[in-house]
Design a protein around this ligand. Structure first.
Ligand code: DGJ
Length: 367
């Protein structure tokens, strides 16, 4: 029996548990394509947005766009189609087929009654040097989303916690950065100062909407060395200019942020490309800091590789107090389409949150 037949003959509503790392089929029997994704809960339905990867290594660039799925139970997902499409080659658009479009996240804006998508964007053929953030908007959650613009955040604006050294010269001339380390001290190099005229670099990212409706863009900046947390404007389509830099020189990617009992928690990875590494975690009383690192939240076997995954989102389960789901990607860079999803329940221990491997688990495990 062919693998295709096996995958395509599954019936609808077949899942009653999570099985991290296994193929996860949508209502059409096709492995879900929502890598580097995030979830928005809207009118009783969860919507999962993520990168539509395609076959082979070349599937790590955007050949299709951002895929959307919907679910009422978090186990079974209906294909809602492509929410944001890349545009044909030769169009000279920022989101031309073959660009890099990663980690899309969607939030709902009450003021404009629109859905706003942000993503990490690298224009075609330029590797990861662009470090741009793209924005697309739709008045329907499943799309189609209209591409608005791509920016490097906070052009000309210093963060509220800039040091005096950031107001001076940068010392980066002639240095090429590898995205995983620095040839010196992050502050004395002053990458932040180097990027003031163009806006700050923004690669791996997530969004977070606080209880008061203020939205934040959280991204790896300064050659991946430092996380920036930047407030968005009331329509969520631009940066307001209020932002802070955190974890300088710690090289964190894959940020995921959630709030429990008034405290903000961050999970992130280190920087090792598509290969997994040990996760980081941190807690703060205010989203703009002070942040305190809490170490690797993973425990048990494979904790050092985040169970062969990298964080992308931490989902609050609706209607359940203190129920959060870790969403991670197990990347398969040689055949991007086969990337797996690692979803695990978040547990709390003292001031920390922890993650433990489970072959199979149910939402009831939270109760
Ligand atoms: C790690 C990032 O977290 C991913 O989103 C992707 O950019 C890969 N690096 C590319 O190597």
């Amino acid at each position: 029996m062919s693998v295709f037949f096996l995958f395509s003959c599954q019936s609808k509503d077949k899942y009653t548990s999570f099985t991290p790392g296994e193929h996860w089929l949508d209502n059409n029997g096709v492995h879900i394509k929502a890598h580097g994704g995030g979830i928005l809960y809207d009118n009783g339905i969860y919507y999962w947005f993520g990168e539509h990867k395609t076959e082979g290594e070349a599937g790590n660039v955007a050949n299709v766009g951002v895929h959307c799925y919907s679910s009422t139970d978090l186990y079974n997902w209906k294909d809602e189609g492509i929410a944001l499409s890349v545009v044909p080659e030769g169009s000279n658009s920022d989101i031309e087929k073959g660009c890099i479009l990663e980690r899309p996240k969607v939030i709902y804006n009450k003021n404009t009654n629109t859905y706003v998508m942000w993503f990490h964007l690298e224009p075609k053929g330029k590797g990861y040097t662009g470090a741009l953030s793209g924005v697309a908007v739709s008045d329907k959650i499943t799309g189609p989303y209209s591409y608005m613009h791509a920016v490097r955040p906070n052009k000309g604006v210093l963060p509220f916690n800039a040091k005096d050294i950031h107001k001076g010269e940068s010392h980066t001339e002639g240095i090429s950065f590898d995205g995983g380390s620095l040839p010196g001290n992050v502050d004395s190099l002053n990458i932040l100062g180097r990027d003031l005229p163009t806006g700050q670099m923004a690669r791996d990212m997530t969004l977070f909407v606080d209880d008061d409706g203020t939205a934040y863009h959280i991204y790896s900046s300064e050659e991946n060395s430092t996380i920036h947390i930047a407030e968005l404007t009331p329509n969520y389509q631009q940066h307001s200019g209020k932002y802070g830099r955190f974890f300088p020189g710690r090289f964190m990617e894959a940020p995921a942020l959630f709030k429990k009992d008034g405290k903000y928690y961050l999970m992130a990875s280190g920087c090792t490309g598509w290969a997994p590494n040990a996760a980081r975690s941190a807690v703060a009383d205010s989203i703009l800091g002070e942040w305190k690192e809490l170490g690797n939240p993973c425990v048990g076997n494979d904790a050092e590789t985040t169970f062969h995954s990298q964080s992308t989102y931490i989902l609050p389960v609706q209607g359940e107090k203190d129920a959060f789901i870790y969403m991670g990607d197990r990347w398969t860079p040689d055949n991007a389409i086969d990337g797996r999803y690692i979803w695990l329940p978040v547990q709390f221990e003292g001031e920390k949150f922890i993650l433990e491997w489970k072959d199979k688990w149910k939402l009831n495990d939270f109760l």
